[in-house]
Design a protein around this ligand. Structure first.
Ligand code: SF4
Ligand code: SF4
Length: 348
């Protein structure tokens, strides 16, 4: 069987349509908990190949201008990017590796924090619910770091990519790590422009840190409940759909203290469930605009906030600072005064 090299795998990954391909040795996961460890999925694992595909800058244009939400959800979030544009080339790359005699486990990034109750199927192993911390895996694979916003930043696209991985028993030399602070400048644009105030300022000293190969990576300890409330449709300042269906809704998302799980339950119920049809609300959806978006997310997730601070403000800044490689001839992304709706309006 022909010997396979790291650069041949990377080249093949780019040829089938991936934008980022990086290599992490299994040793770099030595501090990972058992329910997030690649070897819990594949005990013979020697390498985790983390792959990424860009989120189009233009995918956010409609939300940035306040005119179109569907394109982002459909193409760049849970519609096609996460469920087709990455998994298809990832699967082809896994086939290519198996054609050379190595087992290749295709990994779809789930939510490592959400552990189901139950018992392991065998003694001394994890519950059957293992998920990698994919952003940390991406640091291990050497194409970036986690920014203060907790969003993964690559040298090529900044915060604009989604990530998957392949776990393999092929022993591959790992890529060099990106040193902490090489991309994120701690500019705090993400903090200033987050509508729900979910990202603490660096002065608050609320942070998380990990160590990989002697490097300390730090990011903000995000209030994930506040973020979820904005992202998934509980924040009327970033949703043009709420006040239409909820006259008198005066809830300031930045002042809520929901847990992440509670925020999901709240937002998803409001955004996807039905209520009776009336003349005033003929669709029968509780928030019709959110329900339509969720359907365009291929029955997956949907994005309302569209990462106003943690992605859009971040890449706009990093592009201007020349901290990321991809550039655009038309200049800055944020070209006009930005919109933010009032959270308080009178019911008619
Ligand atoms: S906006 Fe981006 S670069 Fe600036 S602090 Fe936040 S994550 Fe770092
Ligand atoms: S997705 Fe929106 S609410 Fe969440 S951290 Fe980013 S800017 Fe803030």
């Amino acid at each position: 069987m022909k010997k396979l090299t790291k650069e041949e795998i990377r080249k093949q990954g780019y040829e089938v349509g991936l934008d980022l391909v990086g290599f992490a040795s299994i040793e770099r996961f030595k501090n990972a908990p058992i329910h997030m460890h690649p070897a819990s999925i594949f005990p013979e694992a020697k390498t985790v190949i983390v792959v990424g595909k860009r989120i189009l800058r233009g995918g956010w244009r409609g939300i940035e201008e306040g005119t179109n939400w569907i394109s982002y959800t459909y193409f760049d979030y849970h519609g096609l990017l996460n469920t087709f544009f990455i998994p298809e080339p990832l699967y082809q790359l896994a086939c290519f590796i198996e054609d050379h005699g190595y087992e290749a486990v295709p990994y779809y990034p789930g939510v490592p924090e959400a552990q189901n109750p139950g018992k392991p199927l065998k003694k001394n192993q994890s519950l059957p619910d293992v998920n990698l911390a994919i952003r940390i895996a991406a640091i291990c694979a050497g194409f970036g770091e986690i920014g203060w916003s907790k969003v993964f930043l690559s040298k090529k696209f900044g915060p604009r990519q989604r990530l998957h991985a392949i776990i393999t028993d092929m022993d591959i030399e790992p890529d060099n790590l990106v040193k902490p602070g090489s991309i994120c400048t701690k500019c705090m644009k993400c903090v200033e422009d987050c509508p729900s105030k979910a990202i603490p300022h660096i002065k608050e000293n609320k942070k998380v840190q990990i160590e990989i190969d002697g490097n300390i990576y730090q990011w903000a300890d995000i209030h994930t409940g506040k973020c979820t409330l904005s992202y998934h449709g509980g924040d009327s300042r970033v949703s043009p759909f709420i006040h239409k269906d909820f006259p008198g809704w005066n809830i300031d998302a930045s002042k809520q203290d929901f847990s992440e799980e509670a925020a999901y339950k709240f937002c998803w119920t409001l955004s996807t469930a039905r209520w009776r049809k009336t003349q005033q609300f003929p669709s029968g959806y509780i928030v019709e605009g959110h329900a339509m978006l969720q359907r365009w997310g291929e029955a997956g997730s949907y994005g309302i906030c569209g990462s106003r601070g943690c992605m859009r403000s971040c890449f706009d800044f990093l592009e201007q600072q020349k901290k990321i490689e991809q550039r655009f001839k038309g200049g800055k992304f944020i070209k006009r005064k930005r919109w933010l709706l009032p959270y308080r309006v009178k019911s008619k």
